[in-house]
Write a protein that binds this ligand. Sequence first.
Ligand SMILES: [Zn+2]
Length: 318
Amino acid sequence: MTSFFNGLPATDASALTGFAGNRIDREAEHRTAESVAAARSHRDARVYLFRGDKALLRGGDPLFTVAEADALGAGTSGASAGGDSAVLLGYADGAPRFAALLPDNTAIDESRITLTDLRSLAIAAEISPTHLGALAQARSLTLWNARNRFCANCGTATTMVSGGYRRDCPTCGAQHFPRTDPVVIMLAIDEAGDRALLGRSARFNPGMYSCLAGFVEHGETIEDAVRRETAEESGIRIGRVRYHASQPWPFPASLMIGCHGEALSLDITRDESELEDCRWFSRGEVRQMLAGTHAEKITTPMKMAIAHHIIRAWADSR
Ligand SMILES: [Zn+2]
C-alpha cells in the first residue's frame, strides 16, 4: 500500500540535533493544583538546578533530591525564600521532575558540584541526551518565570500556577503563558543544486561558516520568514522552501526551524552589520568542510547544531 508518508525517513531529522532528547512526560492536561501539590511531596521527585545560565552537576548527574535542592533555595516542596516555587517539568517513569533557578548569590560547594552552561554540555556530550533535553526545557521555563514576575498588562506581581506553566494576575485577571520564539535557519541552494550559500558572523569561531538565520516576525509564515531573512542578509531571492528539521534552543527559549530554500538569484549583497562574509560553496567544498579536510581550514558548525544537519542533508543528497 502506498502511504502518504512514503519517502520520509522513519526517524525525525530533528532527533539528530542537540537538546532534542527530552523524554519527560509533560502530562500537560493534568497540571492541576492537586496534582502539582502531590508531585511536590512525591518521594521520588528530583530537581534540575541552575545558577545563572549554568546547570549544577554532581559527578555528571544533574538531578538533585528535593531536600538537597531546597537546602540550596529551590523551593520544590513549597515557595522558596525568593517567592516562587520550583517549576514542574513533568514525569520520568512516574517520578516528578522539577527545575529551579537558584539566586545568583547561592553558595555552592564547587569541590562537589560543577557549574556548566548548556552549550558546553551539548558540545561535550557527556550527559545523556535525555537529561540534556530536559535541561533545555528546565532552562527556558525557569527563565520565563523569573522574567515574568509582574503582569505585562497592569504591572501587578503575578502568581505561579500550573506548576509554572502559567502566571496569573490577581488584579486584572490576565493569564500569562510561556512563550517560545521561532527562528528560521536556512540553507539557500542554487537552482542547479550544486552550490549552497553560507555566511559567517564576526562572533563565530575562526573559519566557521553556517546557515543564515533570523526570528520569525508576527503575521509571517515560516516560508516568508526564510525568504525575508535570506534577502535581508544576502540579497539572494528565495522561491520554494522545504522544511527539514527543528531544534529546541534554550538561549533563552527559541525553536530553530531548519529549512532548505531554492535560490532564484546568485548575486550576493551582504548585510555588513550581520555578516563579515557570505558566499557560495560547491558541494565538494562543503563535504570537505563537514569532514574537516578543507584546505583553508573552513568548517561548519558541530553536530549538536541544527545548521550542521541542514548542511549535511544537502551535501549528502546525491
Ligand atoms: Zn494584571
